[in-house]
Design a protein around this ligand. Structure first.
Ligand code: UT7
Length: 322
């Protein structure tokens, strides 16, 4: 019998503080209309001074556990995707394990920038399918606001904070149908965030903020996401009409619309959260997935395509039957 990874619970957390386009326009040369027209974003959430990637991850994880009616100690693997870990080490996964008071599981972080949750889904699926794990908690959690240059209008308008979680369990019923992940390190200079504490002589003057050549990243994202959609459909011998929902990474509404167009999907079948959340990097796909599961749009048995593109470049997709 085929062994699948099945979604048994989802959760998400967004900090309460809202930063609007108007507020950003008070400090940098931009406007609400420019930001909304070019990105689809109106506001984003900003974590409070006592919040961290681990604290937000804990709230999202507890909601996913509650939705699945699952005891934390049944988790045998935690994978946290984050580009803004609380500490260099221990991993945010271990900090989350401590917060959830789980005595006996494996926990680690992965770093794949905005594609982090898709990479984590792919890793978790391999562990479950092989029999190495039974129940896996995945969390994407980001405090982008602390690595954004609030004087750079090309990036500060885009990012927000939050966490999304999904709990997967081994099942004989169809769940994750396939995952596809890719990396290409050639494009480091288009999108990166330095780590000044470990700088070399060459990059010791860099500050630890997001640097992005937005327009070039935009074009790469549109092309690459088009290709990953084809790859996913081909691998499953599936027609685009079989997909009920697209849950894309929330970077820019124009990138999302291009992928929907490629799939000939109406925007009613696309889960869009970026208007009031911005780009929450590795958390964005799981936050959007959770929203559509909880408000009843995504129903059991439906086919869902999740996809993302981010720094590295990294990109990937996960096709699942919910
Ligand atoms: O999640 C990881 C992946 N990240 C992404 O996918 C982000 C992809 N990139 C984007 O979303 C878009 O490229 C941006 C929203 C960042 C920028 O939009 P764009 O349509 O690509 O604009 P652009 O960079 O080509 O700039 C067009 C003009 C420039 O002015 P000039 O040279 O034409 O006079 C920019 O200086 O818009 C100017 N500009 C702005 N104007 C007002 C750039 N940012 C702003 C701003 N407000 N915030």
């Amino acid at each position: 019998m085929t062994r699948y990874s099945k979604v048994i619970g989802t959760g998400a957390y967004l900090p309460s503080t809202i930063r609007t386009n108007e507020q950003i326009s008070e400090t940098v040369d931009t406007s609400d209309s420019w930001i909304y027209e070019r990105t689809g974003i109106k506001s984003r959430r900003i974590a409070g001074p006592n919040e961290s990637a681990a604290s937000m991850a804990e709230i999202a994880a507890r909601l996913a556990l509650e939705a699945a009616n699952c005891d934390a100690n049944s988790i045998d693997l935690i994978i946290v995707a984050t580009g803004t870990p609380d500490r260099v080490y221990p991993s945010t996964g271990c900090l989350l394990q401590q917060r959830l008071n789980i005595k006996n599981c494996v926990a680690f972080d992965i770093q794949a920038a905005c594609s982090g949750s898709i990479f984590a889904l792919s890793i978790a699926d391999q562990y479950i399918k092989s029999g190495a794990a039974q129940t896996v908690l995945i969390v994407g959690t980001e405090i982008c606001s602390r690595i954004v240059d609030w004087n750079d209008r090309g990036t500060c308008i885009l990012f927000g904070d939050g966490a999304g979680a999904v709990l997967l369990s081994a099942s004989n019923e169809a769940g994750i149908l396939s995952t596809h992940i890719h990396s290409d390190g050639e494009y480091e200079d288009l999108l990166y965030c330095p780590n000044p504490q470990v700088a070399t002589e060459l990059n010791k003057h860099e500050t630890g903020v997001i640097n992005m050549r937005g327009n070039e990243v935009f074009k790469m994202a549109v092309n690459t996401l088009g290709k990953i959609v084809d790859e996913t459909l081909e691998a499953n011998n599936m027609d685009k009409s079989a997909i009920d929902w697209l849950v894309p990474h929330q970077a820019n509404i124009r990138i999302i619309m291009a992928t929907a167009k490629k799939l000939k999907m109406s925007m009613d079948q696309v889960v869009v959260t970026l208007e009031h959340q911005g780009n929450t990097s590795s958390a964005s796909v799981l936050i959007a997935f959770n929203e559509a599961v909880r408000d009843g749009r995504i129903q059991r048995g439906q086919v869902v395509l999740l996809e993302a593109f981010g720094a590295g470049f990294t990109w990937g997709s996960a096709l699942l039957k919910y």
